[in-house]
Design a protein around this ligand. Structure first.
Ligand code: PEP
Ligand code: MN
Length: 672
């Protein structure tokens, strides 16, 4: 036989191999369907062993190397397992038609390979889209341009990809999968030239640092950083210069028609990257799939807080696979903790552990449960020993009706859920502790000078936080509506200059993220107390919330509004009584001071009082401020203005600076 005819026959055999694989995959899909319907376990380890033994025997009979066949079949069985897993996680698998998957980099980047490995076993099709940055890619998921994105989280040699973690904290996204990508760096060039002729090497900075030892052996060679490894390979192809090389994968070599000069050039042989599959919505995972769950939390300001959180997982026999801490934005020397553990949110034990964890954190964000790649493959899923704690959760039980018979549904906000007072830390100021706090500032930010003057007097008189409205919820659409983001900048500047954290109202869910970037506390105004979409949105960010009482709301409706925020994971809620509607017209509203002791009994959340909006008349504010503290309020919110007669909003209730000074002096014994 001549070479040509042998090659023709090889092509026929290869086609038959591919056809056989396709036929096998068809049968695997059938098995997946039966397992989903019949509820049988996902994995049958003795059967997997059996398959391997049989094919190895068959290979030997046919005169083939058992090692080759074992390797191939491990890959084939892995693919089959993924197919079945995908069928059990319908969110990602049967989403009809094509899914759009994003990755950072260009064709042939390691993330691109991981994306293809992950989405390959799906029944439907997937299209892959490269992005310049992680941020642009995740924004495309948020905006609906992409269904999924592949985000590198950590590498076995270079450690955590911290920017990925920071993006997950900031954005509202879920984790629905993970993928392990083996990284094998190769030196690629246009042609098979001697390595000593290479004068320039391009690659991603991380890849370059992982190959530092090898690269240092190249003499007279310049190393240049690129945005991704595949891009570097493309550059070598485009420039057609024989003295240039790229550090990238073998896949990139074949994609860009380059030659591998040397394989495995990384300093450390074992080099894997763990990538997260990110989506807008979390996935419901079948209990038969061995899963991991990822969380992000901020501990309470208490001794041993992190240990207490981790003990909750240990007590429930949930094994930790990753713990990472990142600086908490805007809160120097405070940390956000990321935890991955083996377990599925659908398991009662895991749900119970999260309830207990929620009582020990001031902010908890559940990123999602997803099929594990780091544990399941190596170790078969074993039923976990039951937790020793009773499985009926106290927090799960329907709350008992209080003696007076009023309806309530809130649990996380209740004293039963947490006996001790919650302290909400705001950039070093403890709200809810033994010392009452004073929040003061103008109703609305009107100018840079106005808010700076307010900030100065607040600081001088020992106030704790600076307030100022940027988005004003005015009763009439013709009244001054606030200066918006321009005002927010002025408020932030004035606060920073005086050394005061700032609080401002947010009115629209879309403003929550941007306002949280600048303000230390997000205020929900009385008119929005039951704006549930707004409450859910502030519940998702790591920022304290000052929740004002609706002017016609009962204490329990108010606590249920707080529950909306808490239930999303944000446990930093401060309640603010600001007067309610009654038949009395002598004051703007009626200050319901009895709400203070009632709340102190029903909830662990801090309670403060805003006498300014409650009475609406300047001269009545100081006595009511003192009365509020006497009633047990843990703080005050007071409106002030350098020139109340010309204020653009709420002038009649703004204290002059002189009145504010006198008020603060009269409170001094209490607040020191
Ligand atoms: C405010 O504090 O600026 C405000 C508008 O208050 P309320 O929502 O209580 O009316
Ligand atoms: Mn006001």
């Amino acid at each position: 036989m001549d070479l040509i005819s042998i090659r023709e026959r090889l092509a026929t055999v290869d086609e038959a191999l591919v056809d056989a694989l396709a036929a096998r995959q068809g049968l695997v899909r059938e098995v997946a369907r039966l397992k989903v319907e019949g509820g049988s376990p996902l994995r049958d380890l003795p059967r997997e062993e059996d398959v391997l033994t049989r094919v190895v025997e068959r290979a030997r009979e046919a005169g083939l190397d058992g090692f080759l066949v074992t390797r191939l079949f491990r890959e084939i069985l892995g693919h089959s397992l993924r197919t079945q897993e995908a069928a059990l996680a319908p969110g990602s698998a049967t989403a009809g038609g094509t899914v759009r998957v994003g990755y950072q980099g260009t064709d042939g980047a390691y993330s691109h390979s991981a994306a293809r490995r992950h989405f390959g076993p799906r029944a439907g099709e997937a299209s892959y889209h490269g992005y310049d940055s992680f941020e642009a890619m995740l924004e495309a998921v948020e905006g609906g341009e992409l269904d999924f994105a592949v985000l590198p989280l950590e590498n076995t040699t270079s450690g955590s990809v911290t920017s990925s973690y920071d993006l997950l904290a900031r954005m509202d996204l879920a984790l629905v999968g993970e993928e392990i990508q083996e990284v094998e760096h190769c030196l690629l060039a246009l042609e098979d030239v001697p390595i000593s002729r290479i004068r320039r090497v391009f690659s991603h900075p991380v890849a370059l640092s992982q190959c530092a030892r090898f690269l240092s052996t190249l003499s007279d060679c310049h190393v240049e950083a690129f945005t991704d490894t595949a891009m570097a390979a493309r550059r070598v192809r485009d420039e057609q210069d024989l003295s240039q090389a790229a550090v990238a994968s073998e896949e990139a070599a074949s994609l860009y028609g380059l030659v591998v000069l040397k394989r495995g050039i990384a300093d450390q042989r074992e080099n894997y990257t763990r990538m997260a599959i990110v989506a807008r919505q979390p996935l419901a995972c079948d209990l038969r799939v061995p899963c991991k769950t990822s969380l992000l939390f901020v501990t309470r300001h208490e001794e041993g807080a992190l240990l207490a959180c981790l003990s909750v997982l240990a007590d429930h026999h949930l094994s930790l696979t990753k713990l990472e801490s990142r600086p908490r934005p805007r809160n120097p020397w405070e940390y956000l903790f990321y935890v991955d553990f083996e377990g599925n949110l659908a398991e009662p034990d895991v749900a119970q552990a999260l309830r207990e964890l929620s009582a020990r954190t001031s902010y908890l964000k559940v990123l999602g449960s997803y099929p594990s790649r780091t544990t399941a493959e190596a170790r078969p899923a074993e039923p976990r020993p039951r937790a020793s704690l009773p499985s009926t959760a106290p927090a799960e039980a329907p709350p008992a009706l209080p003696a007076s018979g009023e309806k309530r549904a809130y649990t996380l906000a209740s004293r039963e859920h947490r006996g001790e007072d919650t302290i909400v830390p705001v950039a070093g100021v403890a709200v809810g502790g033994p010392r009452p706090v004073v929040i003061a500032g103008p109703c609305a930010v009107e100018s840079r000078e106005q808010v700076r003057a307010c900030a100065r007097i607040v600081k001088e008189m020992g106030g704790d936080l600076l307030r100022g409205g940027c988005f004003k919820p005015r009763t009439s659409p013709y009244s001054f509506q606030g200066l918006g983001y321009e005002a927010l900048d002025m408020l932030a500047e004035a606060g920073a200059e005086a050394g005061l954290p700032i609080v401002t109202e947010v009115m629209h869910p879309a403003d929550v993220g941007p306002v949280a970037e600048k303000a230390h506390v997000l205020q929900i105004g009385a008119r929005n107390m039951q704006n549930f979409s707004l409450l859910k949105e502030v519940g998702k960010v790591d920022r304290p919330v000052l929740l004002k009482r609706g002017m016609s709301s009962s204490v329990d409706e108010w606590l249920n509004a707080a529950e909306y925020v808490l239930s999303q994971g944000n446990h930093m809620v401060i309640l603010c009584e600001r007067g309610i509607r009654t038949f009395e017209t002598s004051t703007r509203n009626t200050l319901d001071l009895s709400a203070v002791p009632v709340l102190r009994e029903r909830t662990h959340l801090p309670v403060i009082v805003d006498p300014s909006h409650a009475v609406g008349v300047r001269r009545f504010i100081p006595p009511m401020a003192r009365a509020a503290l006497a009633a047990g309020a843990q703080g005050l919110m007071i409106e002030i203005h350098p020139d109340p007669e010309h204020a653009l909003s709420d002038g009649p209730q703004a204290l002059t600076f002189e009145m504010f000074e006198r008020l603060m002096l009269s409170l001094a014994p209490k607040s020191s």
